[in-house]
Write a protein that binds this ligand. Structure first.
Ligand SMILES: [Zn+2]
Length: 582
């Protein structure tokens, strides 16, 4: 891994962020000796093959071969890059990043942010409680009229803001002062008087990936404007950086797509009907940061916006943003211009899931045709040109071919003419190709990683030496046939921890081997360890000698007569050595 963090600092973080505690946040672990076992969070299983070694501070799954340090665990389970995983863990254990260590302003900002989270959470609880009280009856009625059941209402923490100010007195009782509530944008100050920002509204708490309440979306119940009001930006809330229902996204494993819809109610209704991975933007157009966040959780994004023109225009913009972020996107158009929320309530989950999605090219070609009068020659020419422009972005000949067929029928132009037009438009950059390469990378999972062919005895010997209970000078690096094991042997000898060795290993196939070796269970007793090590050494030496012998036999016939005798003499010597080794 590339180091941006000083190794000492990283080591301290590793110690503070104890792997057993961190993993316990995700997996139910049971202790056996220095190991903890549980069901693997990275693949589906019914019998536990996932283990955490508290001594080595490593985890390993004997089923899917996932393994590594606490940083790898967070990286994989939270879908983060290595550096993000480190930052995330540092944040969890309250360890300032190296560059922040002496920055007082950072601490101040940070503690203010924490206070806003807490105030928001307290407010969310008050609003949710109010929903079930007489003051919240109108809001509850609204949610019920949209078909939401109690379980869903609780799952999303929905709430009611009554027509009067309820926050200030409640939150002051809980230890918050006015300036904190102003910073959280929960209250406003008009001519020296404080008012709740949300009044007479149905409230949707906006929660981030980690369960922090960032702010609220509020829908007016009467004709007040704006109809939708979101918490304005605070130290803790940046609308561009998160999506609605991000907290649920993180809990849902192995999504094959994230479904991006327009409104909070769409997210909630689709989730109630059993769909996973549904999110919405926060009342603004899609941003690059949001696209990247979604891209972390599934290999493709399906966009499902409202059937009106505004919704369809928003799709055009979203396609561009996902394209730029190199994220595969498909479009889901709900029939009859219905909103997804209305559709699923009327027809149910299965019907909704059966709606065919289309790739963005098909969608754009369809869009280009909309409202055109194809009986006019000029219109047909322009349409054909527009389509060629879109198809020129494709590199997949099969896809181009299938699209061209439709355009031929619609425009009356021949295949050759259309292909010629595409060739004119074809830009230098092969966008579609680049995207495919990236997709390939994204779908390579741990268990498909190629395993290097390393003799089992060498691997076991290294595992035994990893115990650091045997004198290293009785073993020689040349016992190991691969550079990887040779180097690792030297690193163990230099007292490097297994976790550090893994952090410094970059090649995926090397990691697979090392993870397995470090996870091997070896005896505690020194005598047993020594016996095991000696057995390994004998096996390794025998293997080397018999390999040598085999090679000699293969070459024997190619040698001149006198050389053959010499070789056979050598061979008997090797055989003698081999016998001694049994
Ligand atoms: Zn596994």
């Amino acid at each position: 891994m590339a180091y941006r963090f000083p190794p000492d600092w990283l080591e301290e973080l590793r110690q503070r962020a104890d792997i057993v505690q961190v993993v316990s946040g995700y997996v139910n672990l049971k202790q056996t000796g220095t190991r903890f076992v549980g069901l693997c969070p990275f693949h589906n299983e019914t019998a536990p093959s996932f283990s955490v070694d508290s001594q080595k501070q490593l985890y390993y799954c004997f089923g899917c071969k996932a393994g590594g340090t606490v940083f790898d665990f967070i990286k994989d389970i939270e879908h983060l890059k290595f550096q993000e995983a480190v930052t995330y863990l540092a944040d969890r254990v309250n360890m300032p990043l190296p560059e922040m260590a002496n920055d007082n302003e950072y601490y101040e900002r940070r503690s203010k942010r924490e206070r806003i989270y807490l105030a928001n959470k307290a407010a969310a609880l008050i609003y949710h409680k109010t929903l079930w009280e007489p003051e919240g009856a109108k809001v509850l009625e609204y949610f019920k009229s949209r078909g939401l059941d109690d379980r869903t209402i609780t799952m999303f923490g929905l709430g009611a803001a009554p027509n009067n100010n309820i926050l200030i007195s409640h939150l002051k009782n809980e230890g918050f002062n006015e300036s904190e509530l102003l910073e959280a944008n929960l209250i406003s100050n008009k001519k020296g008087k404080y008012f709740d920002v949300f009044r007479n509204r149905a409230l949707f708490p906006i929660i981030d990936l980690y369960g922090n309440v960032l702010g609220f979306g509020g829908r007016a119940l009467n004709d007040s404007l704006p109809k939708y009001l979101n918490t304005s930006e605070t130290l803790a809330f940046n609308k561009r950086k998160t999506v609605y229902a991000a907290n649920l996204l993180r809990k849902q494993k192995g999504l094959n797509r994230v479904l991006l819809v327009e409104g909070y109610m769409d997210v909630i209704a689709l989730t109630q009907y059993g769909l996973n991975g549904v999110v919405a933007t926060l009342g603004t157009a899609l941003t690059k940061e949001q696209a990247q966040l979604m891209g972390r959780f599934a290999p493709e994004i399906h966009i499902c916006f409202d059937g009106d023109d505004a919704g369809q225009n928003a799709i055009d913009k979203a396609i561009k943003i996902f394209d730029d972020a190199k994220i595969t996107t498909r479009i889901l158009v709900v029939p009859d211009k219905m909103d997804p929320d209305d559709y699923i309530r009327k027809f149910g989950k299965d019907k909704f899931n059966a709606i065919k999605t289309m790739n963005t090219i098909t969608y754009r070609v369809k869009r280009a045709k909309k409202g055109l009068d194809m009986s006019v020659d000029e219109v047909r020419v322009n349409y054909a040109k527009k389509c060629s422009e879109i198809l020129a972005e494709l590199d997949d000949p099969v896809e181009i071919e299938s699209q061209i067929k439709n355009i031929m029928i619609e425009t009356g132009f021949s295949r050759e003419v259309l292909l010629a037009q595409i060739a004119v438009e074809k830009p230098g950059i092969h966008k579609a190709f680049i995207k495919k390469e990236i997709d390939k990378k994204r779908t390579i999972s741990k268990n498909t990683t190629k395993d290097i062919d390393i003799p089992a005895a060498e691997q076991l010997l290294l595992a035994v030496l990893m115990s650091k209970k045997l004198p290293f000078d009785t073993f020689d690096e040349n016992l190991f046939s691969s550079e990887l094991l040779k180097n690792t042997f030297k690193e163990i000898q230099n007292n490097k921890s297994a976790a550090l060795i893994l952090d410094e290993t970059t090649k995926e196939e090397d990691l697979t081997v090392l993870n397995r070796i470090f996870a091997t269970v070896v005896p505690d007793e020194v005598n047993e360890l020594m016996q095991m090590a000696q057995d390994c050494v004998i096996k390794i030496k025998r293997q080397k000698l018999s390999d040598e012998l085999k090679k000699m036999q293969e070459n024997l016939n190619n040698l001149p007569q006198e050389k053959q005798v010499e070789e056979m003499y050598k061979a008997t010597k090797i055989l003698e050595q081999l016998k001694k080794l049994t």
